[in-house]
Design a protein around this ligand. Structure first.
Ligand code: AMP
Length: 236
């Protein structure tokens, strides 16, 4: 059975970083819908260019387009041992479509990790986030050029002031219900993303392994949280 992981979290929670690290360490493909869209925009793909206006405003691209992109990606053979999804699903309709796909293909349970960070911290992080203008990787803290390709670091076009506010609103409205959709599953876990990065990484790893081990057992399970502060506060 594959290790199928969904990394959830608000913009700025660090889900992309954790998804990338975990995927690398376990030899699984990281599937980031945001990265795929940005890549397709660079290549001049007409559907992606249409989506760009929505992305620049902090709004969501329509479910039909995103679901088709993800279904197509998940049929590639490299996803058979599992995958790490980052930025998908962002709506309940996307989550329902993913469940249908997983069932159709008998791909096994989904492990869902919610990386929780208080809102003031999200805004602070998004204000200082930089990405590589060449390869699009998230910049590592303290670095002045990209650690992957030495490219120049730039502000992401949707990390600017008002757009950040809009993205956080969209997250509350469209994506928070996805957490409720998954919360009762035995494979749902909450991680405190406000801790030091190495502690977040440790918690993510142990929560994923623990959830995967309990994946086949029972229909309902209590939500489990890492012990840290933000997760305790995040009744939300
Ligand atoms: P991200 O890099 O995940 O923050 O995504 C950047 C932008 O791409 C989002 O603000 C949306 O406009 C779009 N996007 C990425 N993933 C999705 C998704 N699953 N559903 C709808 N829009 C998405």
């Amino acid at each position: 059975m594959g290790l199928n992981v969904i990394m959830m979290g608000a913009p700025g929670a660090g889900k992309g970083t954790q998804a990338g690290r975990f995927a690398r360490e376990r030899g699984l493909p990281k599937i980031s819908t945001g990265d795929m869209l940005r890549e397709a925009i660079k290549e001049g793909n007409p559907v992606a260019l249409e989506a760009k206006a929505l992305m620049d405003r902090g709004e969501l691209v329509d479910d039909g387009t995103i679901i088709a992109i993800v279904r197509d990606r998940l049929t590639k053979p490299d996803t058979r041992p599992g995958f790490v999804l980052d930025g998908f699903p962002r709506t309940v309709d996307q989550a329902v479509a993913l469940d249908a796909f997983m069932q159709e293909r008998a791909r096994g349970p989904l492990v869902v990790i919610d990386v929780v960070v208080p809102e003031q911290e999200l805004v602070r992080r998004l204000g200082s986030r930089r990405i590589c203008g060449t390869c699009g990787a998230n910049a590592e803290p303290g670095k002045t050029v990209c650690s992957t390709c030495n490219g120049e670091l730039v502000v992401r076009s949707d990390d600017d002031g008002q757009v950040v506010v809009e993205r956080l609103k969209v997250y509350e409205r469209a994506t928070r219900p996805v957490l409720e959709y998954y919360r009762a599953r035995p494979t749902f876990r909450v991680v405190d993303g406000a801790q030091a990065p190495e502690r977040v990484a440790n918690d993510v790893d142990s929560m994923i392994d623990d959830a995967a081990a309990s994946g086949g057992r029972g229909k309902l399970g209590g939500e489990r949280r890492s012990s840290g502060r933000a997760a305790d506060q995040a009744g939300a």
